[in-house]
Design a protein around this ligand. Sequence first.
Ligand SMILES: Nc1ncnc2c1ncn2[C@@H]1O[C@H](COP(=O)(O)OP(=O)(O)OP(=O)(O)O)[C@@H](O)[C@H]1O
Length: 299
Amino acid sequence: MTDNVLTARDLRCRYGAFEAVRGAGFTVRRGELLCLLGTNGAGKTTVLDVLRGHRRPTGGAVRVLGLDPARHRRRLAPAVGVVPQDPGFAGALTVAETCELWVRLRGLRPDAGAPAEVGLDHRLTVPVRQLSGGERRRLDLAIALAGHPAALLLDEPTAGLDPQSRERAWELIRARCAAGAAVLLTTHALDEVEALADRIVLLRAGRVVAAGTPAEVTAGRPHRIVCAVPARLRDRPPPALAGAVAWRATAGPGAELTVTTPAPAADLDALRAWAAPAGLARVAVTPPSVGDLLREVPA
Ligand SMILES: Nc1ncnc2c1ncn2[C@@H]1O[C@H](COP(=O)(O)OP(=O)(O)OP(=O)(O)O)[C@@H](O)[C@H]1O
């Protein structure tokens, strides 16, 4: 039996003449969290809509637990928890009623404990229209997590949450993953990627332009050395370095030097030798990050 819970193969999706997804492929296995990343309009929500059976692809195929979600939406509903980008709650229903209604719509028995999991147990009798944006997001998450689904499709699940609620949401998502759920999550928050992602898929204009673990997608990319340089070194030409050098004036007498380099250890040694005996101050060496990759991907 395969461990693949979510699969997309050469997925294509059109809105009229515009092709929003142009041959995307990936898998998410049991117990794995994949972050689907990309700038606004890259095609992330479209991919999630196809996986939740709300949109038929115009090419390629997706499978959720081995089934075509467009054909087996009802059968898959109990096994797939979704935090949609824009939930459609009725404002007049209370938190408890909303939770019960949506959990039933997923073909599950109502779970009175679901709101408590996301810290909404004190708001059960409050109409949804009176919830804050962050509280609504937590209600979405409560409904998605109900019934311990095998797959979670989470479209910016922590958008608008305060820091404490985000960390609580991360804990819940991590726990579900550890218990075997396959999670596909979109986010624009880099700390969320760092906190959660086992693997990332980066979309650009509907195509996958990078895929792998954070270490894999950043491998071979440059490190950044930032250091403060005493004023009198400002006029001394820097040594020959593997990396590119940029100076920045600072408020004080010295300057800040940034070296973007594929050889951080050798360049740092060369800089230290150059700066002796006064030396460098506030030296920070930053390894490549997924954030660097995202910043380089144009829309
Ligand atoms: N119903 C629609 N009709 C026409 N075009 C659409 C429709 N929905 C999305 N699009 C277009 O498809 C492209 C992909 O949109 P999508 O919502 O999937 O992007 P996204 O990566 O989720 O963006 P964001 O980060 O802003 O949520 C965009 O150019 C968008 O304008």
